[in-house]
Design a protein around this ligand. Structure first.
Ligand code: AMP
Length: 282
């Protein structure tokens, strides 16, 4: 596995690989890798000649400076996991390399970002779209791999690819969970033992709500009950629980035949902000 820190060298390596007719797959990450990330690497390795992984804790997508400061950074451990999973080249740029000057361009995804993560983390998707655009331009991959764990991010990236005519395929991989159901996340490392034991409650709440959706319980009632359940568990501070259309991400007033529903939740546990989602097919 090759290692790059310079954006210029990364660009030149990926350009040469592309010119040599190799298929390039890119997996953007923020590091502190786990099986959820490695699944994306393995999916790319099955379909691509070059499996390009970037690790960059992108400051512009953090609305909370404390969250940025505490974000886990373990590049040596990450590198050791990547090669066996099939990564051929790792890009670990510095902030100065990715942002040689402050960006002026601002992304506006309209209704798609007026809800959930976009509503609760002002500027978050502008930062995501900025860094993802830079990474796409630098490596010019044929395919990019993202996880369903960040459901709204996938919708934003899909819109970005369409609106800016990026010539690449978006591959979405399912959420990888711990055996107790907790969605794998780099932030889980920050949970103390007690909080970690309680954490699967988030997914259990989602599953109970999904069952209600299948039974036709009205979206507002599903939302109200899920928020009540979470609030009753003292360790959790729910931020939102949404019953939304899986395509538009807009909150549902009623179910529509043939339209998939997504249940999305964000909650604080032990000072750590966790998100998760479940799709209920219509
Ligand atoms: P991050 O390092 O958190 O920015 O995530 C990098 C990529 O890995 C994103 O596309 C995430 O959606 C994806 N990812 C993170 N956690 C999981 C998971 N548990 N299952 C599947 N994909 C994930």
């Amino acid at each position: 596995m090759l290692n790059f820190t310079s954006a210029t060298e990364w660009r030149s390596y990926t350009e040469q690989a592309r010119c040599a007719g190799r298929r390039l797959g890119l997996i953007p990450t923020m590091g502190a890798l786990h099986a959820g990330h490695l699944q994306l690497v393995q999916a790319a390795a099955a379909e691509c000649d070059e499996v390009l992984v970037s690790i960059f804790v992108n400051p512009t997508q953090f609305n909370n400076p404390e969250d940025l400061r505490l974000y886990p950074r373990v590049p040596e451990q990450d590198a050791a996991l990547l090669a066996p999973a099939g990564c051929t080249a790792l890009f670990l740029p510095s902030v100065a390399d990715m942002y040689p000057q402050p960006t002026v361009l601002r992304f506006d995804f309209g209704a798609l970002e007026s809800v959930m993560e976009g509503a609760h983390r002002p500027g978050h998707f502008n930062g995501v779209a900025t860094v993802v655009s830079k990474l796409f331009h630098q490596a010019r991959p044929h395919a990019v791999y993202f996880g369903q764990k960040d459901f709204q991010q996938v919708a934003i990236v899909r819109q970005l690819i369409a609106d800016l005519s990026f010539d690449l395929e978006l591959v979405v991989c399912p959420t990888v969970r711990e055996t107790d159901g907790l969605a794998m996340s780099s932030r889980n490392r920050r949970l103390g033992p007690e909080a970690r034991a309680l954490a699967p409650f988030l997914y259990q709440t989602l599953q109970a709500a999904a069952q209600q959706v299948r039974q036709g319980v009205a979206p507002a009632l599903v939302q109200q009950q899920a928020l009540g359940t979470l609030a009753a568990e003292k360790a959790f501070t729910p931020e939102y629980f949404e019953v939304a259309d899986a395509q538009t991400l807009q909150p549902l007033a009623a179910y529509a035949p043939g339209r998939a529903v997504v249940l999305c939740v964000a909650a604080f546990l032990d000072g750590v902000r966790l998100i998760d989602n479940v799709v209920v097919e219509a």
